[in-house]
Design a protein around this ligand. Sequence first.
Ligand code: BG6
Length: 460
Amino acid sequence: MANKTFPEGFLWGAASSATQTEGAAEAGGKAKNIWDYWFEIEPERFYQGVGPAVASDYYHRYKQDIQRMKDINMNSFRTSLSWARLMPDGEHVSHDAVTFYNSMIDEMLAQGIKPIMNLYHFDMPLHLQQMDGWENRAVVDQFQQYAQTAFDLFGDRVKLWTTFNEPIVPVEMGYVNDYHYPCVFDMKRAVVVAYQSMLASAKAIQAYRSSNQDGEIGIILNLTPSYPRSDSEEDVRAAHIADLFFNRSFLDPSVLGHYPEDLIDLLRTHQMLPAVHEDDAALLRENTVDFLGVNYYQPRRIKQKETPIADEASIMPEHFFDPYIWPERRMNPYRGWEIYEKGLYDIAINLKENYGNIPWYVAENGMGVADEERFMDGSGMIQDDYRIEFYEEHLKWLHQAIEEGANCFGYHVWTFIDNWSWLNGYKNRYGFYRVDLDTQDRLLKKSGLWFKDVARNNGL
Ligand code: BG6
């Protein structure tokens, strides 16, 4: 019997994505996405020269893996469809892809695991990136068709859909930094990418609603509570701008159906407003989400801009604030992210108070650790007590928020089995199961056993 019980029907599970797990990068006529391509042309940009071609070989091992989900009492699992696999030429559907995804979904349902299916997780098909990706409205329309195709094919069994995972990340990493392809440094183009991926999300929701599907559709956002260094007007203003850029740029249009006025003003002041079509506002207003997925790893600490601006002429987000290093922070040194469990509570209360208490779930929360074999005991089980502690502390704050009325319906960790990471290959491991990269064997970690109990007891 748990001391901290979660609401009835609470979803306990894990998240992953197609490119990070499936492997089989060319199987069944799958087309290249930007990750396959970038690895081909610049393998040295990838941690230890490891690209996504094999990943965790989920494409071939999904049946046994779904059994493993069941073994630890997961009742739900989120992954994504690979757009480049499902529609390699952007027009026709791949028979092999449909067979694979059908079989995966059926297997999950047979094991009592509710699928949450995401449509886009950083993996633009190459041929669409060659048309400028989200900068091109034709790609937005193609996304709507892809979404429609996915709903037609799988919507009879998948009842929870999400349009995007962390749509701010390709903007931040690929258009104002060079960590994701196409490695562009241009804030104006970044704004277009953000705006048009938001339109793509709304168009997918529009397609879902107009095809009389009987499930729900949402979006998954990485919310990073933006804490100012002090109460000074300058620090508070700087943190507010960071919040506008990194949280509210997708949160407000997704949930409220419009952008924050002060974000629009800020972009207007710096001549960075994107081209807007007459019916965009109605599209956004009429196609808000049914629910939110929230990925939470770390907060954002901000102080007023104190360092010199490198290039006055080209505006970047960092022109408006500096990161602040809180002296009391605790770090995950392997990933370089602050661990701050209360952030999850603050997100929950913000959604309750400012976003109509929309239904939401924790769609990712996790701790990547390097060299985990250090913690392997004689039986081969990794004793990842640090991860258990990380989850427990977050769950305690989540539980408190739910007691105070937060409308949270699930908790998914990142991740189920160790998987390939965009920037770090297999350096940091997150899974309940360790993947042996030589043999692809999966080994249950102590955190998997812990989760099995938590899920069975519906609480801590
Ligand atoms: C999330 C992403 O931001 O964080 C995942 O949705 C990602 O795709 C996860 O893998 C962990 O981050 P990383 O960089 O350590 O792989």
